[in-house]
Write a protein of this length. Structure first.
Length: 135
């Protein structure tokens, strides 16, 4: 008997309450200052979200929603120079009620970082960054 591993996660903003299905998740690993990691290659202005998520693994920047939520509670760990960008956390993948796959991201709004979700089937632009602990 083959059993598919069920993704689990402990979220402040648990989208399962809105009927979403958690497809993948990594537990929190960030516990200090971060850096932004570009996911576009030279000459690219955008990439599909699935490409971005694959690149996150090779760039050692594959972090998830639990990391994003920890950063929301520790906003001083996010460098001020990243405020003009959005920070993507593709290690957590959701599927909404319409069948779209989404990943969490943070953006600066109203003087603080805010959590939202973006579709993987759409283009992700040059203002996006993956994150990883600052070296």
């Amino acid at each position: 008997l083959w059993l598919k591993k069920v993704a689990t996660g402990n979220f402040n903003r648990d989208m399962r309450k809105d009927g979403w299905m958690l497809l993948e998740n990594q537990p929190r690993r960030i516990n200090g200052p971060i850096e932004g990691v570009p996911f576009l290659k030279d000459g690219e202005s955008l990439v599909n979200g699935e490409v971005m998520a694959t690149r996150a693994v090779t760039l050692d920047a594959d972090y998830g929603q639990e990391d994003a939520e920890w950063l929301l509670e520790h906003q001083d760990m996010i460098p001020a120079e990243l405020r003009s960008l959005y920070l993507v956390f593709p290690a957590t993948k959701w599927q909404d009620a319409d069948g779209f796959r989404l990943v969490p991201y943070l953006f600066w709004y109203g003087g603080r970082w805010v959590l939202d979700f973006g579709r993987l089937d759409l283009g992700w632009l040059s203002r996006g960054r993956l994150v990883r602990p600052r070296k």
